[in-house]
Design a protein around this ligand. Sequence first.
Ligand code: ADP
Length: 614
Amino acid sequence: MLQLFYILLCVILSGWDCAWANSPKVLVVHSYAQGYPWTKSQMEGIQTSFDKFYPDTELFIEYLDWKNYPYQKNFQLQYDEINYKYKDKGIELVIVTDNVALDLMINLRPQLFPRAPIVFSGINNYLETRAKDEPNIGGITETLDYESTIRMMLDLHPETKDIALILDSTEISRDLLSEFKQVLPKFQNQVKFKILHDMAMPDILREIKNLPEHALLLCSNFSIDKDGRIYTQRQALRMFTAPGHPPAYGLWEVQLGHGIIGGSLLDARLHGQVAAELGIKALSGEKIPVIQNSLTNLAFDYNQLKRFNIPLDRLPKKAFIKNLPESIFRKYKTEIIFILLVIGILIIMNVYLIANIRKRHIAELERDRLLVEEKKARHSAEEAVKAREMFISLAAHEFRTPLTVLTLQLQLLLRIIKGETKRPSGQEEIAEALQRAGTQTKRLDSLIEDLIYVAHTSSGEVKLNLQQTDLTPIINKLHFFFQPTLTIARSELNVHIEGNTVGNWDKEKIEKLIENLLSNAIKFGNHKPIDLFIKSDNDGVLIKVKDQGIGIYKEDRAHIFEKFGRAVSELNFGGFGLGLYIAQLIAEAHRGYIKVESEPGVGSVFIVFLPYQP
Ligand code: ADP
């Protein structure tokens, strides 16, 4: 609240046009010595305000050193000296800190500078001073914040039952004690207070040692003990807060860093600043108010917090912490934030780049895939064209041979009928010509049948008409059918049947399969005998067609089962290269298989397995 008041004051003053044409002469009189921390800080505050709002001010500064010389004699000497020094100076404003200086200047004002306003800072017990009856005097009192400090002590040490307040033997301490007593009733049921006032230092220290467990100290004003021994604030605090003593709290910001843990501490500098600013207002003729609130800050000493194991998170949020070790982060905050920012930007850029590279990589993979597919499509299109061309040339060759023979036989028959032959032909020649013509017709028929079959099964899928099928009659039929061809080929077929030959098969397709194998054995059998074995086992039937013909090279064995796959030249052996392809389709449609064992020049064995139940 007071801070707010102070800020408002600053704002008003900063926009304020100074009314004086000349540099005003201001006398600052301090009750204590120049080096006394409370006085020193107040002076710094006064100087800051004048530097900021009215730098031309001519400042005269006096120190009464009342802590060291608290005697009437000193008062008289100072009275004479100031009277002597400033009689004709034309002082326009007097600022005093603490009570003695206020007293002295009230005495001196009538003869030295009767019209000069007096602004005070750090006055105890204002209502008991002469200032309240004097005109043109105002300022800021020194009101200690006992209440907030004690509340905070109890918050941080909830187990506390006793608090000892230490005060010296000065008059001011008597005033401070009476202020303290006004606060006491608020804590009556919570805690017991022990007041160590107007005592000799050894007695105070003994009392401190004898305090019960969990007691706390509250160090108020201390400069002279009962025996008249003088202590600086720091010396006294060092003794009160010696090792083994209870945790100590204070009331002035100047005590911080000298053994106290902290407190709601009076800010001497702020007092000086506010007093000077009130003085500047008084110079312009404004009435000086009397501010009786405490100008305090919640402040702590990190070293003492650590000493008594008080964690930082137990402190009020707005608390100032002195001696807080500078963390690397706090020290290099700007640099670290900058580096983090740069790293952040780099990470974002990297993620973006990686995403881009990934995208490109995926696009490249897709492009490669399309290229491969396109290549494949082109390859198969080329293959298809090649196959078609090969097929056309094969077909032309395959169909022409039997057609030529057939035409010749028909021409021969015509000549026989017309009697144009050189010698008369009998029934025998006619029958032979007709038989040869019939053979060629059969061959043509077989070729066309293969083509139709392949055309029907272009997808490679064979539809089966499964029925109980016996292989023996099929073999007999084929044996009979191939007899003329075998005769022409000067070969013979030996059939060996063993065991069960009945299964659930497609009769016509099985017949076609065996027919293809037998016709190949005759074609490539080198006029040697051919063996057909039918052998049954538990799961199905094995059909073997064995010849002693030209055989097949190892590298050709795999592709003779492909569509149009051949291992011989069409100049030597006719055929479309479809017989084995069809045989394999049929075997696999029955969940069986076909394979070949062969040796070039020795012969081949084609083996087919057909399960009884496909
Ligand atoms: P085609 O007999 O009409 O050429 P196939 O599909 O029946 O077609 O046979 C493919 C190829 O397999 C034949 O061209 C031939 O090279 C080889 N082949 C098939 N059966 C035999 C066999 N018994 N002996 C040697 N080679 C064979």
